[in-house]
Design a protein around this ligand. Structure first.
Ligand code: SER
Length: 559
């Protein structure tokens, strides 16, 4: 029986022998700022479909790490996953339908010898805008797939893309085995703009994606992905009776997703990617409770994940300590409030519904992600007032903001200038932290009063005394160099391309202001800042502390 590892390699070798350059998986954090995670193999090649020259040649293949939140409610069914590996072959103006379909056919039914009787295919039936895909039908028939095994479907099932707000897309033909979609072949003929309008691409492209987990399940003749070697030891570690229940499946999936996200230096937080990570970790913890698993059960599960993947993704092993630390810290944090939160939920759900304020209270006081509250409510068949939650959330934000403004506002010129200096110092600190501790450091929050700056950032460990001294010294060195602070306006995309740091992306307009300090720091930021760094005086870190799992907080002043 072939292992998942063999299958991964067989796929890449197969396409490499057929003129494809093997390209490594890109990060789970895409460079396209309009998407949160990498969800498909084609993402790192998006521009090549649009005509930019590919440095790898026209035909490539890869095994891409993907993370999808879109299927999260189906996770546990044995087919859908948040983290998955996608095998894919791609062409940017090279080959098209004939080769793509023939190779897919050859790989599955000749190379892997999957009995063809187990398969059927689907093709695009056509609609007002896009004609039916007769060519694919012809090719399948010529390969011996009978008419009744070629099903036709519309936009919803047989059209793919774009990822993000705009991009390449096109009709698909999909291969199902034992009723499970295994391989999706996309024929990128179109470009969809931000308004949903389609136009023909200057060149045709192929983008295929086959989930390694599903392929392994089919080849290993298993009835769920959890029985394959990509999950077996995790499920076993969860323990209990032999049956693989939905709950076990969710825990196994989520811990795997969490390990891979943390390996990308994401830490749990209430924002964007950090929030997704928090959400899956906390959901896994809650299901662990339902199954009566012991406290801190996630750490040994994470170790199994690392064992399964370390030979393919060595970064998991080298980051093991960080990964386990972050997971344990989040478990500790949530453990403390979970039981009380659940009790509170029981109490307030008696009346048959949850108000927005109650859901917000569960979030704010007990750390229940909204989705968790919704799931709990669904189990009891009761409704949560979503709009009310959002209003409560917004009100809370405004109150905190008003508080900050009160501290900050109407305080005269001198105080404003102090705050401006601290703002510039914050940029220097951010850059210094990334240079000294590593590029995983990301801004998680910042707060400035005329008296001090406060900066929260992702980092798994307490800073050593030496590290603090080094950071301080580097900032002071840059102050002494009397660097010029430059303000420029540019398109968001251009800013990102030029390496400017941006962390709260969804709030950015298309045109943004970028502040650079010499060539030491470059950030998208609304300002204001000082003109020259020598205005700052002496920078001093007065406190370094933890502020949540995997997040550190620095307070600093200027003297
Ligand atoms: N982009 C398509 C998918 O994700 C095929 O690779 O399914």
């Amino acid at each position: 029986m072939k292992t998942s590892k063999e299958l991964r390699q067989l796929f890449l070798d197969f396409f490499s022998k057929r003129g494809h350059r093997i390209v490594s998986s890109s990060s789970l954090i895409p460079s396209d700022p309009s998407v949160l995670f990498t969800t498909a193999g084609m993402q790192q090649f998006k521009l090549y479909y649009l005509g930019e020259k590919s440095p790898y040649g026209k035909n490539v293949c890869s095994c891409q790490k993907c993370f999808r939140t879109s299927d999260i409610d189906e996770v546990g069914d044995g087919r859908h996953l948040t983290f998955l590996e996608m095998l894919g072959n791609f062409s940017f103006g090279g080959y098209f339908k004939k080769e793509a379909i023939e190779w897919a056919f050859e790989f599955l039914f000749k190379e892997l010898k999957i009995p063809i009787e187990r398969a059927y295919v689907t093709v695009f039936e056509g609609d007002k805008e896009v004609p039916p895909d007769q060519e694919s039908i012809k090719i399948w028939k010529r390969l011996g797939i009978s008419e009744n095994k070629i099903k036709k479907s519309g936009r919803k099932d047989n059209f793919w893309g774009p990822t993000g707000k705009e991009g390449p897309c096109g009709p698909t033909t999909e291969i199902y085995i034992d009723g499970v979609e295994v391989w999706n072949l996309v024929f990128n003929e179109y470009y969809q703009d931000e308004n949903g309008k389609l136009s023909l691409l200057p060149q045709k492209g192929v983008d295929t994606g086959m989930g390694l987990e599903r392929l392994t399940m089919v080849v290993q003749n298993k009835s769920s992905v959890y029985e394959t070697d990509l999950f077996e030891s995790i499920i076993k570690e969860i323990g209990g009776s032999g049956a693989i229940t939905r709950e076990k499946g969710i825990i196994a999936d989520h811990i795997k997703g969490a390990v891979f996200l943390i390996a990308e230096d994401i830490v749990p937080s209430n924002l964007e990617r950090g929030y997704v990570l928090r959400r899956i970790l906390r959901r896994a913890i809650r299901y662990g409770k339902l199954l009566n698993l012991p406290k801190f059960f996630l750490v040994p599960l994470a170790q199994r994940v690392i064992e399964i993947y370390q030979s393919v993704y060595p970064e998991l092993k080298s980051k093991e300590t960080e990964i386990l630390t972050v997971i344990q810290a989040e478990e500790e944090k949530f453990e403390k409030v979970l039981s009380q939160g659940l009790k509170q939920f029981e109490k307030i759900s008696q009346k048959g519904f949850l108000s927005g304020l109650e859901a917000f209270h569960l979030f704010d006081t007990y750390g229940f992600p909204l989705e968790m509250t919704q799931e709990l409510a669904k189990e009891k068949n009761i409704k949560v007032d979503l709009k009310g939650f959002q209003e409560a959330f917004e009100r809370h934000r405004q109150i905190s903001r008003a508080g900050a403004e009160k501290k900050f506002g109407g305080i005269g010129k001198e105080a404003t200038y102090q705050a401006t200096k601290l703002h510039t110092a914050t940029h220097l600190l951010h850059s210094a932290l990334r240079k000294i501790l590593g590029e995983h450091v990301r801004q998680m929050g910042s707060d400035i009063t005329p008296a001090r700056l406060r900066f929260d950032f992702s980092h798994p460990k307490k800073l050593t005394k030496e590290e603090i001294e080094k950071v301080e010294a580097l900032v002071n060195e840059k102050i002494k160099e009397d660097l010029e602070v430059k303000r420029e306006e540019m398109d968001y995309q251009e800013a990102i391309k030029s390496g400017a740091l941006a962390f709260f992306k969804e709030k950015y307009p298309q045109r943004v202001t970028v502040y650079s300090i010499g060539d030491f720091s470059k950030e998208i930021c609304a300002g204001p800042h000082v003109k020259k760094t020598s205005e700052l005086g002496t920078f001093k870190i007065v406190k370094e502390e933890s502020c949540g799992a995997g997040v550190r907080r620095i307070k600093a002043i200027l003297e």
